[in-house]
Design a binder for this molecule. Structure first.
Ligand code: SME
Length: 160
């Protein structure tokens, strides 16, 4: 679907600018993450069924705790040893999962989820601070264009 994919890449570029402009100068991480979750979920509705952040718990450095999100009720905590989010956090690499049922250890916070992408977010020192989790009710809903688009947006999210 070249036409759709061209449009999708353009949409990511637009959204990256829109999000950067909305959060510019805002020092609260919660405000930045909440705005990005809202704009991504709206920008790619209904494909983005659950869109949100899991943050590394400063008191439990091998555990993620839920942050700002849009969607149905998410799990509150995910250890680095569990799920797609945990795999992303432990490896520090983006996880593209076309079929969550085929991913051993997937955490089904919502049984409607069929595919997902999880992107790591690092601070200026290269320390992992959070992951962005996007889930879809469609199988195979995400590709490399989503990966590049979301990784670019995540790179911006910690710079004020
Ligand atoms: N998808 C995650 C769990 C979090 S929720 O789906 C919101 C995982 O397996 O890591």
């Amino acid at each position: 679907m070249p036409q759709f994919n061209d449009n999708k890449a353009i949409r990511y570029a637009e959204l990256r600018q829109e999000i950067a402009s909305v959060v510019a100068g805002e020092t609260s991480r919660t405000a930045r993450f909440a705005s990005a979750a809202c704009m991504l979920a709206e920008g790619f509705a209904p494909r983005f069924y659950w869109t949100g952040f899991y943050e590394v718990d400063p008191l439990k450095p091998n555990e993620l705790v839920v942050g700002p999100y849009q969607g149905t009720l998410g799990c509150l905590r995910i250890p680095f040893s569990k799920g797609v989010c945990g795999r992303c956090a432990a490896s520090g690499t983006t996880q593209l999962v076309p079929d969550v049922h085929a991913f051993e250890g997937h955490i089904a916070c919502d049984s409607a989820t069929r595919s997902e992408i999880v992107v790591p977010i690092f601070d200026a020192d290269g320390i992992l601070v959070a992951v962005l989790d996007v889930d879809s009710t469609e199988p195979n809903a995400f590709d490399e264009i989503d990966q590049h688009g979301l990784e670019a947006i995540c790179r911006d999210l910690l710079s004020v």
